[in-house]
Design a protein around this ligand. Structure first.
Ligand SMILES: *Cc1c(COP(=O)(O)O)cnc(C)c1O
Length: 470
């Protein structure tokens, strides 16, 4: 324990600033082995407490070799994103205030921040103004929320109250995808009890976009309720499904269209890239992440639903000990307050809209567009310059911020060489790229979503790959 929390917090802020200042020079890959980390951190359970300054100092020391430099500008693995300074600072305050964002009554200010931020986001992302929204842990729980709303409406339209009766005996709900959906869709289908046997890949083109003719056939063949899961930003190629046509086909059949736009939905903010979304606003639900391309710290997914009553019916819950905002008449005739747990799959939770609010105010619409456009330009340069090195083949030029290359081998074993090169670049520490399998072959995936990445980072990353392939 420690009584002077100001000293502790100032010291912690100094540690944090030092970490951020070191991102440009420290290796991107973690240096320490798992065994060394276990050795450093794995003490026996303490019986007695200790001084908090020591707790924090030793936490910094003992984790240092095991931190991945994903907060920095030369990390191009998965789709991770960093944190803009205002969002990081607001995230600290969120933890400091420790408001329970379950309900308005537990923290009116953060509930109103959430209301305001939800409205801003719909405007930024080109979504219907009347859509409902929720701030979730990530796109995974956002999918669960959206597809729970879909399950409610599709079954209610057929006279089946799924919240009351469950799925036993209900009409089976078919879920159509391109076959390139993110695995979090499969897991949402599992968690909602729809069953992965109901997932059906209709087929896709070479970049992973859903095959419209096949979608039309599958929609015509299905006789029960149908969800169609589309993507804004395929995880490997960054491709966008043909929303306008797919939504028209689905609407004619009464199917629910869900869009996974975990990173790609942010293209809506950019004048240069908005066209990729065509009529994605015509879908029934959308998910995205603020912790990816908006560069807010983790724990920041978003879901939007065109049908607020279905969303609320799937999520809302009442309890006698709570103070529900819409049971309490507003003294001055203003609109009733918004209780977050009417829209979220969680009860108690952090006020995760606060860092999103701060990021949007800090960057403004123009600043967000500049982050998007900058990342896209860097991705194009990385793919073009790495792709022009000897023995490198470009498998997917970026549609947006994602691209794929592979490394060819004289002995014909391109998969093995690709994995070897990825490992050597990672161990070199100057940049970090991950591997993936695309259309049956191993590839190095290039993803740029960090606001910090600049031209020098791209130069250093290309040089790091050149040093390995010669
Ligand atoms: C990252 C990602 C997800 C999962 O998002 P989480 O925020 O990690 O839950 C889903 N879909 C796509 C396309 C993604 O890139």
């Amino acid at each position: 324990m420690h009584v002077d929390s100001r000293e502790l917090l100032e010291r912690t802020a100094a540690h944090a600033a030092e970490f951020l200042a070191g991102l440009g020079s420290r290796p991107v890959a973690p240096g320490g082995s798992t065994a060394a980390l276990r050795e450093a951190l794995g003490r026996s359970l303490p019986e007695e407490g200790m001084d908090d300054v020591r707790v924090v100092d030793e936490l910094v020391r003992d984790t240092a070799d095991g931190l991945l430099g994903s907060a920095g500008g030369r990390f191009f693995g998965w789709v991770i994103g960093g944190g803009v300074p205002a969002a990081l600072a607001a995230d600290w305050l969120t933890a400091t205030w420790d408001q329970n964002a379950a309900m308005h009554a537990c923290g009116p200010a953060v509930a109103v921040v959430e209301e305001v931020t939800g409205e801003w986001l719909k405007e930024l992302l080109g979504l219907p103004g009347a859509a409902s929204f929720a701030f979730t842990t990530g796109a995974q729980s956002a999918h669960v929320t959206a597809l729970a709303a879909a399950r409610h409406k599709l079954l209610a339209d057929r006279g089946w109250d799924v919240e009351r009766r469950g799925l036993a005996g209900s009409p089976a709900v078919r879920v159509l995808t391109s076959g390139h959906q993110h695995a979090s869709i499969d897991r949402a289908v599992r968690l909602l009890g729809l069953g992965t046997d109901q997932l059906h890949a209709v087929g896709a083109d070479a970049e992973g976009r859903i095959d419209l003719a096949a979608l039309e056939r599958e929609l015509a063949a299905a006789d029960g309720p149908v969800m169609v899961c589309l993507q804004a930003g395929e995880i490997n190629t960054g491709s966008f499904d043909p929303f306008e046509e797919a939504c028209a086909l689905a609407a004619a059949r009464g199917a629910w269209v869900h869009v996974d736009g975990a990173f790609g939905l942010w293209a809506a903010v950019s004048d240069r890239h908005r066209h990729l979304l065509s009529e994605a606003g015509g879908a029934d639900s959308w998910t995205t992440d603020a912790h990816k391309w908006l560069n807010v710290p983790f724990d920041s997914g978003l879901v939007f639903v065109r049908h607020p009553s279905a969303h609320r019916a799937a999520m809302s819950t009442r309890a006698s000990y709570l103070v529900h905002a819409d049971d309490t008449a507003a003294e001055d005739g203003t609109a009733p307050a918004r209780d977050q747990l009417d829209w979220n799959p969680e009860w108690s939770r952090r006020a995760r809209a606060v860092p999103v609010y701060a990021a949007i105010r800090s960057l403004g619409r123009r600043g967000i567009a500049a982050v998007i456009d900058g990342c896209v330009d860097h991705a194009h340069r990385l793919v073009a310059e790495i792709g022009s090195l000897p023995g490198v083949e470009v498998l997917a030029r970026p549609v947006i911020n994602q691209g794929l290359v592979r490394f060819t081998a004289a002995d014909g074993d391109h998969d093995a060489r690709t994995d070897r090169v990825i490992g050597l670049v990672q161990r070199g520490g100057a940049a970090w790229f991950g591997g993936t399998t695309w259309n049956g072959v191993r590839a190095m995936r290039i993803s740029v979503v960090n606001w910090r990445t600049d031209d020098q980072d791209v130069d250093r990353a290309v040089a790091a790959v050149r040093a390995v392939v010669g």
